[in-house]
Design a protein around this ligand. Structure first.
Ligand SMILES: C[S@@+](CC[C@H](N)C(=O)[O-])C[C@H]1O[C@@H](n2cnc3c(N)ncnc32)[C@H](O)[C@@H]1O
Length: 470
């Protein structure tokens, strides 16, 4: 029998955590000064670190033993903290989370962009740090994620559960009793769906064996107290599905819209599947200040409604519209920013690659009686051509809100040629934003920045930058 070569187990002792880095991981240094990234720690903790990855310039690992617990630590409010993969900064007071995020954006701009804004406005914290999400998706599974203690006690993981994936474990689910991320009736919906599915003998999905009926439930809620559920099933057991949905509706009549879909694929993606409307309205409605948005089962919508308004208000303040401007809104999604700003400018032109989002944008435009917004479906890098600019005139204000990867180099090049007098760059990833702004700094200068916290207790951060021509 051949011998397996085991990798050497490296443990770094007494690492003092002095900062937080990308993805909310703690940072320390070993005795030779090499960077050590550590999960689930905060500045002030002193820990022995089990190394998982060793690179030339850094280590990555998790805490094995705590020698000192940081004074910044607080008691997490959620019973699932540490087991569930979400809300990883919950053991730090909110004001400390906020100052970490603020510093992080500045550092990223200095490190990657080699640039500092002339003015950096204080980060806008969230007014509500719990129950702020309007959308959550929970997974049904016949295997529960077990804690280390449960494994040691020999507890079986065969259990029908409904909750969140543990990071890195695709086949096991953390059973959630109460989640602090979404307002009611979210928790009640999840618990009822689980209870009634069990009662009706609907089996929970086994993702390895590809068997079982119940796959996912997506819950959307709005500040107008409307809610939508979409349940995905592996097989079309029509009668049982009807019984389950009726039971849920009977228990929670406040649900305004019920859809389901049949997902027989290997993957969990449901947006490419037909949505079957079962009860209630075919959409729910949300309001961002004066604009009403109709949200269908496949529509994209900003996940934190209240902070979305604050974010868009920063964009509005930076854009400083007088009513005469021609505005471009690149990566417009369902036109949220475009429609939010439409009443304050002459015209707004939105571009988005997802065709159904543009259908929503047009519908919402009509619904709100907005007549000065035009939307195009397609890749920004293909649509934003000289011909397009000739057709719609040069923008006075250009807003760009790309996905995490930032803008395509071709788009950056176009913006350099376009020389828009005012450019507002919204980003959920300061690293790619800093990279793009560095490239744009050939022509534009960075006047202002303001970060907005859309996702308390997570490392995520939204940042808005105002650029003008040099
Ligand atoms: C961060 S979201 C911004 C959405 C919108 N501004 C909002 O606030 O609701 C980025 C959007 O860019 C779209 N997108 C991604 N790549 C694109 C591309 N190459 N061209 C056009 N749109 C794209 C995504 O579908 C998504 O709707």
């Amino acid at each position: 029998m051949g011998r397996k070569r085991r990798k050497k187990r490296i443990v770094l002792e007494k690492i003092e955590i002095y900062g937080l880095a990308e993805k909310g991981r703690g940072v320390g240094r070993d005795e030779e000064g090499k960077i050590v990234f550590v999960e689930r720690v905060i500045p002030g903790d002193v820990v022995d670190v089990q190394v998982l990855k060793k690179k030339e310039s850094y280590f990555e690992g998790y805490p094995l033993t705590f020698h000192t617990y940081s004074d910044l630590r607080i008691e997490p409010f959620c019973e699932h903290f540490g087991v569930c993969g979400g809300c990883t900064l919950q053991f730090m007071a909110y004001e400390n989370q906020i100052s970490f995020k603020e510093d992080h954006v500045k550092q990223v701009f200095q490190r990657i962009g080699k640039i500092t804004a002339e003015e950096t406005l204080p980060i806008l914290p969230a007014e509500e740090t719990q129950f702020y999400r309007n959308k959550l998706e929970f997974t049904f599974s016949n295997k529960r994620w077990l804690t280390k203690e449960e494994i040691e006690q020999g507890v079986s993981n065969l259990d029908d559960v409904l909750g969140f994936h543990r990071r890195g474990a695709f086949d096991k689910i953390v059973d959630i009793n109460k989640c602090h991320l979404q307002t009611d009736p979210s928790n009640e919906i999840r618990l009822s769906a689980k209870e009634f599915a069990k009662e009706l003998g609907l089996s929970f999905f086994d993702v390895r064996g590809m068997e079982g009926i119940m796959r996912h439930i997506l819950v959307r809620t709005t500040t107008l107290n409307q809610s939508m559920i979409i349940i995905s099933f592996f097989k079309n057991e029509k009668e049982l599905i009807g019984q389950l949905l009726d039971k849920i509706l009977e228990k929670i009549p406040a649900i305004s819209s019920v859809f389901y879909c049949i997902n027989e694929k290997q993957n969990d993606f449901i947006l490419d599947l037909p949505m079957i409307h079962y009860a209630g309205q075919e959409w729910i409605e949300e309001k961002l200040r004066a604009v009403t948005f109709r949200i269908g089962p496949k529509s994209f919508f900003q996940t934190n409604t209240k902070q979305a308004v604050r974010l868009f208000e920063v964009v509005e303040k930076f854009a400083d519209l007088k009513g005469t401007e021609n505005v471009y809104d690149l990566y417009t999604g369902i036109g949220s920013i475009a429609l939010f700003l439409a009443e304050n400018c002459k015209q707004v032109v939105g571009i988005e690659e997802v065709a159904s989002a543009i259908d929503d944008a047009k519908l919402n435009c009509e619904l709100n009686g907005i007549e000065n917004a035009i939307f195009y479906a397609g890749d920004v890098k293909d649509i934003l051509s000289q011909e397009f600019i000739d057709k719609h005139d040069k923008p006075d204000v250009l807003i760009t809100d790309p996905p995490r990867a930032g803008m395509h180099p071709k788009v950056v090049k176009l913006l350099l040629e376009l020389k828009a007098p005012v450019l507002v760059y919204v980003s959920c990833n300061p690293a790619t934003q800093a990279r793009d702004i560095k490239l744009l700094s050939e022509v534009y200068k960075l006047d202002k920045m303001q970060a907005v916290d859309m996702f308390p207790h997570t490392h995520h951060i939204e940042n808005v930058a105002l650029l003008s021509l040099k």
